[in-house]
Design a binder for this molecule. Structure first.
Ligand code: DSN
Length: 417
């Protein structure tokens, strides 16, 4: 960063400090990941200079021959990776991708049936605080009060009663396998479209560590930066019949010039995810989540749904007399960063919460395995059992820092096929 250091030392310093933070702490935020150097290089490249409104070979600017190559590669790689008929790689974020699907096939006021935000859904699935809940008439299914699992009977009953135009499946804090076929059957029964938002699990799907929704859903949306380990951004997969609607809704409907540097980085991410090593990575994420979950369960922690099938799980701290907010703050001071999270039927506000969400994409990227999860569980328990002991937090942060030295933050990922 020699030029940046010279031009803007303040920004350079903040980046360097962030690098230290990422290096010296154990990050268990389920929606974050550390990209490869190759992804970062594409993202920070001169493709950032180029305007390319339109699509490959149909641009509104001259000089797009090289960005066309990059976007075409990104599209083809994503289609191959997810076995999809069509792909649009231009959405800047997961929320925009979801909005693009809705605006392609819904009219304002049409009905959406999505997962309740406080049961693990997402704002863009029709939550009242999001425009998706204002433009459309939205309804929400949740999890069962007994099992905390998605209540498919409730989904079916609601769908029969409400006749939504689209059913949305996908979640940001649901730890169990989603039965996409069951959602398809419900959608078919009531004549609804089906959208699967796989932002959290896209990397697991690519690694065959979670079933794919592609054979069942009319639309699949996802971000690229979570388990898929690419740059910040998103893409949409759909059946061929919706291809032109999706493309024209993304551009010119919702966005102007696409970020060609990010699209190039998405292409790199898809190439990395086609590699056999990525399959192992995806499977290890799940093994690590299960190991950490079991270790905490063994120490008396209440796990929402009892276990995990994917990259994350929620810990209900009610029986420990701790809020999610206090737990997350204490852990961060001890070098372990995660987020507070509402649990289903939470009695605390979303800012306080009764739970924490724990995810293993980053620790797995760093090469940690099940034995490391035992160590991390020990630290989590130690800190949460003494949550106001600042001396212990400092001592643990030093131990975490030392531990992290064995796990480099930028492992080389082979580009081999
Ligand atoms: N903010 C993301 C998460 O943390 O799950 C969802 O968009």
């Amino acid at each position: 960063m020699s030029a940046l250091m010279k031009t803007d030392p303040e920004i350079a310093q903040s980046i360097l400090r962030e690098e230290e933070r990422e290096k010296n702490k154990i990050i268990l935020i389920a929606s974050e990941n550390y990209t490869s150097q190759a992804v970062l290089e594409a993202q920070g490249s001169i493709f950032s200079n180029k305007y390319a409104e339109g699509y490959p070979a149909k641009r509104f600017y001259e000089g797009c021959e090289f960005v066309d190559q990059a976007e075409s590669l990104a599209i083809e790689r994503a289609k191959t990776l997810f076995k999809a008929e069509h792909c649009n790689v231009q959405p800047l974020s997961g929320t925009i991708a979801n909005l693009a699907v809705y605006l392609s096939v819904l009219k304002p006021g049409d009905r959406i049936l999505g997962m309740n935000l406080s049961h693990g859904g997402h704002l863009s699935h029709g939550a009242s605080a999001s425009f998706t809940g204002r433009i459309f008439e939205s309804f929400h299914y949740g999890v069962s009060r007994d099992t905390y699992l998605i209540d498919y009977d409730e989904v079916r009953d609601m769908a029969r009663k409400l006749s939504p135009r689209i059913i949305v499946t996908g979640a940001s804090s649901y730890s169990r396998t989603i039965d996409f076929k069951r959602f398809r059957d419900i959608a078919d029964e009531v004549g609804a479209l089906l959208m699967a938002d796989i932002a959290h699990i896209a990397g697991l799907v690519a690694a065959d560590a979670h079933p794919s929704p592609v054979p069942y859903a009319d639309f699949v949306t996802t971000t690229t930066h979570k388990t898929l380990r690419g740059p910040r951004g998103a893409f949409i997969l759909c059946k061929k019949e919706y291809a032109s609607k999706i493309d024209s809704t993304v551009f010119p409907g919702l966005q102007g010039g696409p970020f060609m540097n990010i699209i190039a980085a998405k292409a790199v991410c898809f190439r990395e995810a086609q590699n056999g090593q990525f399959k192992q990575y995806g499977q290890q994420i799940v093994k690590n989540a299960q190991a950490l979950c079991d270790a905490l369960k063994g120490k008396g922690y209440e796990i929402v749904t009892g276990t995990t099938d994917n990259h994350l799980f929620l810990v209900d701290l009610t029986n420990r007399g701790l809020t999610g907010r206090d737990a997350a703050r204490a852990l961060d001071k001890a070098g372990i960063t995660l987020n507070k999270n509402v649990i289903p039927f939470d009695t605390q506000s979303p800012y306080v919460t009764s739970g924490i969400r724990i995810g293993t994409p980053i620790v797995t990227t760093r090469g940690m395995k099940e034995d490391a999860m035992q160590t991390i569980a020990g630290w989590i328990d130690l800190i949460l059992s003494n949550s106001s002991d600042e001396t212990l937090q400092k001592k643990t942060a030093a131990e975490v820092r030392e531990f992290c030295r064995a796990y480099p933050i930028r492992p080389v990922i082979s580009s081999g096929e």
